[in-house]
Design a protein around this ligand. Structure first.
Ligand code: B12
Length: 317
């Protein structure tokens, strides 16, 4: 039977990625005896995480696990599980444990590490990592096992993580004309983390975003669209708002719509049902309803909201 089923035995390429070095450097360290190495039944090298961390400490090579001492092993397995098995279950239970014990800085560091991990696309980080965890937080709060203060604390920590991740988005080339979007949460809705996720994904696609935050009067979306000549307006919804509130927003924005200032309207969030739109006037250039950032990311890649998205036929061919 294979001995190396432990999550803590790394392949040479995993070690290389963790230490930001070339795999051939790791092989040399193994051959020179700088790293203890074991072999699988099939003859492949396996290196224990603790040995990698010892080497990284000896040679002052930073890794994303540094802030988690002495829980590096837990974080390594949780993050790898999210990358390889597409399950954030371990990340969520680790984070929930830290939240209930008050290790909020560590929780923030975990989400920050996950949000910038090259193996986790940003839309998955938001849809499954952040939203999945916040649903658990909401349920735990509702059942009385989490205090309101703790729920506020974790919301603030995640806002901070998103702000940090935003600062790491590469700046667009100077002088480039960028498409413009207005992003905010529906009137009466104090939830703003979903809107922040939308802001970041747009900025990482090169958009200029005017972020209005939570609880924005519907007419203000229309007014800001006009003053900023925005190509896209994104409105975020969360319960206790309902599909009827979404429909109301579409109706009001439709009444304010001017053909001289065309734009695409994107609505999204965590509502249990979609609005019934058959009886509505839809004057917008396009209207998109999104249940996840994954769908939105795909639509942005397909040119959603970009005015006169010119397709260069030669380039496509
Ligand atoms: C954090 C939180 C709060 C915080 C918000 C802090 C903040 N800075 O945002 C505060 C304390 C303010 C709050 C207040 C309230 N909350 Co609250 N809250 C939550 C909680 C725990 C997490 C929400 C969250 O941030 N999720 C994470 C984000 C990333 O997820 P998301 O918003 O769904 O966004 C994702 C997608 O939907 C999508 N998306 C979102 N918007 C858009 C827009 C576009 C254009 C696109 C493309 C995509 C998109 O992208 C995101 C990434 O996947 C939820 C639990 C839950 N199940 O969601 C309860 C929850 C939503 N709240 C609830 C309640 C009851 C309330 C209050 C009424 C409590 C009270 N008595 O005061 C108030 C309502 C205030 C109001 N008028 O809005 C209930 C709603 C129940 C219901 N069905 O009515 C929930 C479900 C908790 C529960 N289990 O009971 N809340």
């Amino acid at each position: 039977m294979e001995r190396f089923n432990s999550d803590l035995h790394l392949t040479t390429s995993q070690v290389a990625e963790l230490l930001s070095v070339h795999p051939s450097t790791v092989k040399r360290w193994c051959n020179d005896g700088d790293l203890d190495v074991d072999k699988t039944d099939g003859g492949h090298r396996r290196i224990h995480l603790q040995d990698v961390l010892r080497l990284s400490a000896d040679r002052a090579i930073p890794t994303f696990l540094d802030p988690f001492q002495p829980y590096e092993g837990h974080v390594w397995t949780a993050v790898n599980h999210a990358v390889d098995s597409s399950s954030f279950h371990r990340v969520h239970s680790l984070a929930m444990g830290w939240l209930t014990r008050g290790y909020i800085e560590r929780l923030g560091a975990l989400f920050h590490a996950l949000g910038r991990h090259p193996g986790v696309p940003f839309h998955r980080f938001c849809d499954e990592g952040v939203r999945g965890f916040m649903r658990e937080v909401g349920e735990t709060w509702r059942s009385g096992r989490l205090r309101v203060g703790e729920e506020h604390m974790v919301s603030e920590a995640l806002v901070e993580v998103l702000v940090k991740l935003r600062a790491e988005i590469p700046a667009p080339p100077a002088g480039e004309t960028r498409p413009v979007a207005i992003v905010g949460s529906m009137e009466g809705d104090r939830h703003n983390i979903g809107g922040l996720c939308v802001r970041l994904i747009l900025e990482s696609h090169g958009w200029e975003v005017f972020f209005l935050g939570a609880d924005v009067p519907v007419e203000d979306f229309a007014a800001m669209q006009r003053t900023r000549s925005a190509d896209l307006v994104c409105v975020s919804f969360a319960p206790p708002n309902t599909a009827a509130d979404m429909k109301r927003a579409i109706r009001i924005l439709g009444e304010f719509y001017q053909d001289a200032h065309p734009y695409t309207l994107a609505l999204g969030g965590d509502l249990s049902e979609s609005p019934f739109l058959e009886d509505l006037e839809i004057p917008f250039r396009e209207l998109g309803l999104f249940g996840s950032l994954e769908q939105f990311d795909r639509a942005l890649g397909d040119g959603l909201g970009v005015r006169n998205a010119a397709i260069d036929i030669d380039e496509v061919a």
